[in-house]
Design a protein around this ligand. Sequence first.
Ligand code: 1HN
Length: 364
Amino acid sequence: MSQAEAETQDPRIDALHRRMAEHSLGGHWQPRRRNPSPKLVPHLWPWSIVYECLMESGEVIKLGRIDEPAKRRTVNLVNPAITDFKSTSRTLQMSVQLVKPGEMAECHRHTAAALRFVVEGEGAGYTNVEGERMIMEPGDLVLTPHWTWHDHKNPGEKNLVWLDVLDVHLINHLDANIHENYSDSEISDNYFDGAAQTVVHEDGYCRRRFGVLRPASAHVDSRFLPYTYKWRDTLAALEAMAAAGESDPYDGILLDYTNPLTGGPTMPTIGCRAQLLAPGESTKAHRHMSSTIYHVVEGAGVTNVGSEKSGGADLAWGTRDCFFVPSQAWHSFTNISKSERAILFSVSDRPVLESLGLYREEQA
Ligand code: 1HN
């Protein structure tokens, strides 16, 4: 039954509703048939299941050419409240991608920004971003910002597995999604089949050129800086903070991946963090206006989401699980081990909320 057909007790109002519907108009007083923005729910995706499905996809899904549906072999984490969109949150999509030995995923670029957080790799595989091979070792974070060319290659002998995070749903809501295949672009004409970019920079180029010590002549649009953060540096920074006792009561030892040129967020639409919870640590609860997707790098714990009033959920996580904490939901973390630390990597849409002046935080 359409809105116009939902009869009221008043024939004049019913006639008005029908007339408005015919002309694509609606009264603010009319009830919506379907809530277009259902409340997102906290959720946990156990790694064992995600990984099993990914490995099975490696058997049955052939990595296709750029114009075929399976041009990337990724398994999406889908928020149960918005399955229509196959989206993890309203703004961000997290997926897990597999590139098997000898495979490559062809080059393209899009207005959506993406990042990869490496889960399995032996240091042979890479994402080529704008002509630089970003070597992928476990824990490394590789950025392919807005409109940067990228292709993936695994010349090694073991699987390459990583988390993809894209702001694609935000970009779709903004009607700003454009996609281009390298093989269709003019610049690919020089290369054998347009599938992969030529390597034009030495390994480590971006970090050398745009890191904290950089050539005085270096300049790039800092909002869209391709960059890579090595896990050895992230871990060293976390451990140094832990040794110095620089702990936050709500998140434990908390590190921001900043843009080295601006000192601001990782990318304009996606902020990345790493956090360490000491053995047995329980944080205080807080909530904020941004939603966050977590990946457990190591350890085991529980994240309590929601207040007692709204029926809280206990997300019990172990190594490599992924979980989602909705915007505005109270949450706190407990490392359940009395002897081992826990480390979480997380991505959020906080930079968007901050740049719109909407970010706020409340502490219990
Ligand atoms: C994409 O381009 C990649 O380039 C991975 O590897 C995941 C998810 C949604 C839209 C585009 C990639 C993606 C994606």
